[in-house]
Design a protein around this ligand. Structure first.
Ligand SMILES: [Fe+2]
Ligand SMILES: [Fe+2]
Length: 419
């Protein structure tokens, strides 16, 4: 009988009738399953009418496979049925995602699923279903159809076909409308009021009930959209900060290039010979210069002048604790006098700009009364005071420690002597 139905071209109306019957049966199965799981009546499928064509397509494949593999043992045969239905389910899921941009079902939370489109327990269900279909259902349906008058079948088939095409066209229009609204929802989500969002959601209530995973899909899409927008926003801020910070970053090679000519000058190198705070003047001016360079670069000031001016701020070639310089009488106070001496030395060996001169001249402010003229001069003055006090404290602690260990050594020595 199956043979007749499949190969007799004149029986096209029987095929259509079978298609209608199995689409309707599929709808019954889906409605039952969905109404039970969602605890309310759900009109399943994307068509308005009570038909789910995918079931009819599935059964057509099963009938064909049953015919092709009828000589095979029952077990491999039903495995082929299961595989075929799983492949069909996967392809329909794939097509609806890729072409219609809709995820109609999602097994991604089920065990042993493939891309959320198929999963093991549904595939087992399809296999059992296909087996009972070819053994029990299809023969009975076929027998009853063949008993009916051919004219009735023809009328029913044509009626179904007309109805089905109309339903299909309207459903496609509805899906297109739905996709448009969804796209609108994704892009305008932030601008829409809650009422407008509700209205859009309500307008495709049926589709959302029919495909509950669709809600999850829409929510995910909206969440992703929000995430993308937030990330884009954060990224733009981050880029601005990076761009902003890039101009403020200190670079040792840049610093060295700025001060190279001074640092290599033989007169300047003499500063290594004079003790200052805790090491040499040379080490101290380098510390002040680099710190000033960093601060000025960060504040987007003239960091080059700051670095050079700071390097020359203590350019005096004598030991200020024990000097015997003709130009600097002993009674004169080094703290007030040395900026002018440093400036004169610097001018003698290097060409200075106005900021550099101001830096050197005013670095002892407020000890020297006239305040600095430039921000860079204030920064160098501050850096100098900060680092000098640090160097003094370091030196003081070092000496105290040395003194203590010297005392200890004397005490130990005395103790040994008395013993
Ligand atoms: Fe100084
Ligand atoms: Fe200094």
């Amino acid at each position: 009988m199956e043979h007749t139905i499949i190969y007799d071209g004149t029986k096209i109306f029987y095929y259509i009738a079978l298609f209608a019957i199995y689409s309707f049966a599929g709808w019954i199965i889906e409605v039952t399953y969905r109404s039970i799981t969602q605890r309310k009546f759900v009109n399943a499928g994307f068509l308005y009418g009570p038909f789910i064509p995918i079931y009819a397509i599935g059964t057509a494949f099963i009938i064909l496979l049953q015919y092709l593999f009828q000589s095979w043992h029952f077990v491999p045969r039903i495995i082929i049925f299961g595989l075929a239905l799983t492949i069909i389910e996967y392809l329909v899921g794939y097509i609806s995602e890729k072409i219609f941009k809709l995820t109609l079902w999602d097994y991604s939370e089920s065990k042993f699923n493939l891309h959320g489109r198929v999963c093991l327990h549904f595939s087992i269900f399809w296999t059992l279903f296909a087996s009972s279909f070819v053994i029990f259902i299809h023969p009975v349906v076929l027998l009853n159809i063949l008993r009916l008058d051919a004219l009735y079948i023809k009328i029913a088939a044509i009626t179904f076909l007309i109805y089905y095409l109309i339903d299909y066209v309207f459903s496609l229009i509805f899906i297109a409308e739905f996709q448009k609204k969804i796209a609108y929802l994704y892009t305008e989500y932030f601008k829409l009021s809650n009422v407008e969002i509700e209205r859009i959601f309500d307008s495709f209530q049926r589709l959302r009930n029919a495909f509950p995973d669709l809600n999850k899909y829409i929510n995910n899409k909206i969440n992703n959209n929000i995430k993308i927008r937030i990330n884009t926003f954060l990224k733009s801020i981050q880029d601005k900060v990076i761009l902003e910070m890039d101009g403020r970053k200190p670079f040792e090679h840049e610093y060295y290039e700025t001060i190279k000519d001074i640092d290599e000058h033989e007169e300047f190198l003499k500063l290594k010979e004079y003790f200052h705070h805790n090491s040499s003047i040379y080490a101290h001016v380098h510390e002040v210069s680099y710190l000033s360079y960093r601060i000025c670069k960060f504040l987007k000031l003239d960091y080059r002048s700051a670095a050079r001016g700071a390097l020359l701020h203590d350019f005096f070639l004598y030991d200020w604790r024990n000097h015997d310089i003709p130009d600097l009488p002993r009674e004169k106070f080094h703290g007030i006098e040395h900026p002018a001496i440093a400036l004169a030395n610097a001018q003698k060996h290097f060409s200075l700009n106005e900021i550099e001169e101001d830096i050197i001249k005013k670095h002892m402010w407020p000890l020297t009364i006239v305040p600095p003229k430039y921000k860079e001069s204030f920064i160098v003055s501050f850096s100098d005071k900060y680092l000098s006090s640090k160097e003094f404290i370091g030196e003081f602690n070092k000496r105290r420690k040395n003194k203590r260990s010297a005392h200890k050594a004397i005490r130990r020595h005395k103790k040994l002597g008395t013993n």
